[in-house]
Design a protein around this ligand. Structure first.
Ligand code: ZN
Length: 342
């Protein structure tokens, strides 16, 4: 019988010890989350869902800017959730290149931080689709943005930045592509060298920007899109001491190379943060299991990210505490330390 790749889903006959981990061993801070419609009506429910996972603090990267951020912060305050959900501001890139754009953007960021933002999030539209007033693609290392990164250093807030996407999206969507299924189900994710630029070019722009602003702390989202090349990420982190990483949406890459990952986590235990990205509470179990257990050959929750199975890294308690909360407490200002064990 012939069948589709999507249909083939064999039940493993392997019998080995296994653990379902629906709650993290230590309270944790998720530094990569999006709650676009956060408001008075849904904060209590969200905090309840966080409690079930042992998530003490969620970073909502979709804080917006101006009045949107202000009203979200006010809603959190009324719900007594200011210490549980914190906000990162975003930049409105429209009109870049116009007289005074940079000064206004810097002033707006200062105001957003006064209104309660604890960091800045840059979405992948920078690099992909942001254009200046003349219609040119704005590169990640564009000089007109430099004062924003310097201001973040001055305000002592980190910049969490997502640049580009997995390199596979630039490759032919054929039988050799590991993300073939994702490109089938999400065809708009396909990229090419002129849509809008080669992967290497975007990533190099990001690294140049990191290097140009050594006093600013950058959190490279999704392991900087090198979760499948930890040797390369190792050399990057060595060269760029102001950069830390989070593993939102890439736990499947770590779970397929548990020995390499474990060595990487040991070496960079002070520079890795817990992130997840999409808010599907049930999926956190895969993250906890990869980080905490020695389990073998267990399933991932999304076939289009990974058709392979996971293995646990079995991180030590000392390293787990750093990944779950200590590193984030050091890097992100304004989080209540008393929510966490020593
Ligand atoms: Zn995200």
């Amino acid at each position: 019988m012939k069948m589709d790749f999507e249909k083939y889903d064999p039940v493993s006959t392997l019998v080995v010890p296994g653990h379902s981990v629906t709650r993290a061993r230590y309270p944790f801070i998720d530094v990569h989350n999006h709650q676009n419609n956060l408001g008075a009506g849904n904060i209590d429910q969200l905090v309840g869902e966080m409690d079930r996972l042992n998530m003490k603090v969620m970073v909502n990267l979709s804080g917006g800017t101006g009045n949107r951020l202000k009203s979200m912060a006010a809603d959190l305050k009324s719900a007594h959730a200011t210490q549980r959900i914190i906000l990162f501001a975003n930049i409105d890139f429209s009109g870049i290149g116009k007289e005074g754009w940079t000064d206004n953007a810097v002033k707006q960021l200062e105001e957003d931080v006064r209104n309660g933002a604890n960091g800045l999030k840059i979405f992948k539209n920078l690099g992909f689709s942001v254009r200046d007033k003349d219609g040119n693609r704005v590169t990640i290392d564009d000089k007109r943005l430099a004062p924003i990164w310097d201001k973040c250093a001055e305000l002592k807030i980190p910049v969490l930045i997502h640049t580009a996407d997995p390199e596979s999206f630039w490759q032919n969507a054929d039988e050799h592509n590991e993300r073939w299924l994702e490109l089938q189900t999400h065809p708009n994710r396909k990229r090419s060298d002129d849509n809008p630029a080669p992967w290497e070019v975007l990533i190099a722009e990001q690294h140049r920007m990191f290097g140009n602003h050594p006093r600013t702390t950058f959190i490279a989202a999704h392991f900087g899109w090198y979760p499948n090349n930890l040797g390369k990420l190792d050399s990057l982190l060595t060269a760029l001491p102001n950069v830390v990483v989070e593993f939102g949406a890439v736990i499947a890459e770590l779970g397929r190379q548990p020995r390499m990952s474990k060595a990487f986590f040991a070496k960079y235990q002070d520079r890795i943060l817990f992130g997840k990205d999409s808010w599907v509470p049930d999926e956190y179990a895969t993250y906890f299991r990869v980080l905490e257990t020695d389990d073998e050959y267990f399933p991932y929750h999304k076939k289009y990210h990974a058709f392979w199975r996971m293995y646990g890294m079995g991180l030590t308690d000392e390293i787990l505490k750093k990944i779950y909360y200590r590193n984030a407490l050091r890097i992100i200002p304004g989080i209540d330390r008393t929510l966490f064990p020593e």
